[in-house]
Design a protein around this ligand. Structure first.
Ligand code: GLC
Length: 746
């Protein structure tokens, strides 16, 4: 018995080590030497094969160019990486084919594991609303653990594109409008994906995308041109990329857009001067799907031969699906247009990652049946998804403390087109499991916690319906209940890639339905499910309680029920500004004051506003309510003037003055009052998310150093300038509770 007993723990330990064994990483010098030896044996075609990436057919994330026999190409060493191949059987089969190639160079398997693999987590913009770096990192860690167990080496995430335009469908994939919050989240996601390092089989390579400034597409139209000053590029759009790189991101992905007339994929300033030059990036750059070939329709290259020439010179290392490299690089070398050294550099960068992943030691170390079976969909992963989902929910309004739902509520009417939404709950970038998924809808989540409360349901209308034919049934359901919970918004496929919307109002007749239900006189709570900020002004002005739930993933319904029933006190804060209407876009909190600043709440009178609308957004960056209230007091600065080398300590007291325990995101903003070039009216420079019990107080401290006072001047030098700074501490960018000023002396 003893022997058998002893055996079991050893087996378990053995299994665990097989799964997450941290290979004794060979030294960087040894890796470089191995690469040199291998490259000495490689033909030009074999080198170019390493720069070529094709998609599998299981999932399609771009225009499919499904020509030729990919399996034979793998055996012939013409492919270095595949995407959209998942599951240990498929990855093992393709890796076996790669082992039949002359030099047996293993394939890299990449996948868009954007917010979860088997367990789907909230969309990234929702997670950004949690302002909880630990939860965000955990989300990425779970995604990496599941994906790597399923044979995937590399995720095309985090997407770190800052955006100030909710018409752009891909805001759902990023971290919103602020460079500081975006940088913190980029770091958390890279750290989560790569875990303890690429030598571990539960780590996947991160891929920071889309380099760069893709989120500034003119008109919010996906793939559209981007035109901005280099000072704006450096000040706002690059910092999250640099934060991801500093966190050790293994790869970058370039973007579809032109930047000031030059396609990112052919942009030496971005990829060579900044990324591989100034930032000394030693990983590799993969093009976004077909972006090398798209230099032809951009009008930058006459054909794919020229496009390949521009791209390899500009530092694009791997060609995703455009076939420009595999079809033209050899000729470019033979014609003396491309120096073999450029190709060797790209090959070395890619082989370096394959060695760091341990794929040359064991090409199959990620394709492990036992590992996949025992790792996917673990209860603790579902719990992690539920936890970050709760934290991502933003309470926008709660008149007369309608929420949380009173315990003695006898009946609740669940009304609206998204009450029973399941696949939508997963958002745009989720991995499809052919209905093997269990997604908790709002309806199911409420049912599981309803206890003796009776639930009645009526759809009322569909998301894009124009008909009000089913309003009567919904009104009847509302009249029969004590309280109404409505679920409205947009479909998950109305945001995401290639899903820009010119009109971001609630689609269809949903707001008419809300008006009809509100007219019954019953207390109404509206939940808005969406992948972007939406416009719903009537609802915002007339309905007593509004909760923004985004798309929360597998555990969405449970997380929402936890909040509505009061098991979790909502703590989310908006990572993006919500406009009153599309006409305000772009609207963001860190704007410049102008020479004629407009009043927030007044129409323009020879000031920088509108004559038909106030300047104020509907909801501000950093806004979100709680079931409790927080008091800010006792602001102190360690000194009221400082030299460059000093550190300024800021402290204040935060108190929970309500009856519920809750978390508050205390935000620190600065304004550089006079500077050349001018600086925004405020900029987020730090934040802390703090849990406080009712009546509990804590002293919160921030430290301001020179870096937080610095900015890029018009020479793109990172400088700070002496002068006055205004300091704001608050619960939102438009809810300043404490304010002081200090002076930077030199
Ligand atoms: C898509 C996206 C990119 C994604 C890639 C692979 O077009 O732009 O974010 O990683 O193709 O699916």
């Amino acid at each position: 018995m003893f022997k058998k007993f002893l055996l079991i723990p050893l087996l378990l330990i053995e299994t665990h080590q097989v799964i997450s064994q941290s290979k004794k990483q060979i030294s960087p010098e040894q890796i470089e030497s191995k690469i040199t030896d291998l490259m000495a044996k490689m033909t030009l075609d074999e080198k170019i094969g390493q720069l070529n990436q094709y998609s599998g057919d299981w999932e399609v994330t771009g225009p499919v160019t499904n020509k030729g026999n990919k399996l034979q190409d793998v055996k012939d060493g013409k492919i270095g990486s595949m995407l959209n191949i998942r599951g240990y059987e498929h990855t093992r089969a393709l890796q076996e084919a790669a082992m039949q190639s002359r030099l047996k160079i293993p394939l890299l398997f990449g996948q868009d594991v954007i917010h979860g693999y088997r367990v789907t987590f909230p969309i990234p913009l929702a997670e950004a609303a949690s302002w909880d770096m630990t939860a965000i990192q955990k989300s990425a860690r779970v995604a990496a653990t599941e994906a790597s167990a399923s044979g995937i080496h590399w995720t095309f995430a985090p997407m770190v594109d800052l955006s100030r335009d909710p018409r752009w469908g891909r805001v759902m994939e990023g971290a919103g409008e602020d460079p500081y919050l975006g940088s913190m989240i980029a770091k958390a996601r890279v750290t989560g994906f790569q875990g303890e390092g690429l030598g571990h089989t539960d780590a996947v390579m991160a891929c920071v995308k889309h380099f760069a400034a893709y989120g500034a597409a003119i008109g919010g139209r996906d793939y559209n041109s981007v035109d901005m000053s280099l000072q704006t590029l450096w000040q706002y759009y690059l910092p999250p990329f640099k934060a991801a790189l500093d966190a050790g991101a293994a790869t970058f992905m370039n973007s579809f857009n032109t930047l000031n007339g030059i396609p990112a994929t052919g942009n030496s300033y971005l990829q060579r001067d900044i990324l591989k030059g100034k930032w000394n990036f030693t990983g590799f750059v993969v093009s976004d799907w077909g972006s090398i070939g798209e230099m032809v329709p951009h009008g930058y290259a006459a054909n794919n031969y020229e496009a390949a020439d521009f791209a390899i010179h500009a530092g694009s290392d791997m060609d995703m699906e455009s076939r420009s490299y595999i079809n033209h690089l050899a000729a470019l070398v033979h014609n003396g247009k491309v120096n073999i050294a450029l190709i060797d550099d790209a090959v070395r960068r890619i082989l370096r990652k394959k060695y760091e992943l341990g794929l040359f030691d064991d090409p199959y170390r990620f394709s492990n049946a036992a590992c996949e079976k025992k790792t996917l969909n673990k209860p603790e992963f579902q719990e992690a998804a539920r936890d970050v989902a709760r934290k991502s929910i933003v309470l926008l309004k709660n008149q007369n403390q309608l929420l949380p739902l009173a315990k003695q509520t006898k009946s609740i009417a669940l009304i609206g087109p998204l009450v029973k939404a399941e696949s939508d709950m997963k958002g745009f970038w989720s991995v499809e499991w052919q209905n093997q998924d269990h997604i908790v809808s709002l309806f199911e989540g409420m049912q599981k916690q309803a206890g003796n409360t009776k639930l009645v349901y009526a759809q009322g209308c569909d998301v894009t319906d124009t008909s009000k034919a089913n309003f009567a049934e919904a009104i009847k359901a509302a009249q029969s209940a004590d309280v109404v919970v409505m679920a409205v918004g947009e479909r998950a496929n109305m945001s995401g890639e290639s899903k820009s919307r010119a009109n971001i109002h609630l689609p269809g007749v949903q707001e008419d339905l809300i008006k009809a239900i509100q007219a019954t006189g019953k207390p109404v709570i509206v939940l808005v499910m969406a992948g972007r900020p939406l416009v719903f002004n009537w609802t915002a002005d007339h309905v007593p309680a509004i909760v923004y739930t985004w798309w929360l993933g597998s555990e969405g319904g449970n997380a929402i029920a936890d909040v509505l029933y009061g098991k979790y006190n909502p703590s989310g804060k908006l990572p993006m500004t919500f406009p009153q209407t599309e006409g305000q876009i772009p609207v963001y909190y860190n704007y410049l004051n102008t020479g004629r600043p407009a009043q927030d709440n007044a129409v323009s009178n020879y000031s920088s506003g509108y004559i038909d609308l106030t300047k104020k957004p509907k909801y501000a960056f950093g806004y979100g309510l709680s079931y409790t209230t927080f008091e800010y007091s006792n602001l102190k600065l360690s000194q009221d003037s400082l030299h460059n080398s000093d550190q300024l300590k800021v402290s204040f007291t935060l108190k929970n003055t309500g009856k519920y325990a809750g978390e508050e995101v205390a935000q620190l903003y600065l304004r550089d009052v006079v500077a050349q070039p001018v600086r925004p009216v405020k900029e987020l420079k730090d934040f802390q998310k703090v849990m406080l019990q009712p009546n509990e107080s804590k002293t919160i401290t921030f430290v301001i150093n020179k870096d937080k006072l610095s900015f890029y001047n018009d020479n793109l030098d990172w400088v700070s300038q002496p002068g006055m700074f205004d300091l704001f501490i608050g619960s939102a960018s438009d809810d300043v509770r404490l304010q002081k000023s200090f002076k930077l002396i030199d």
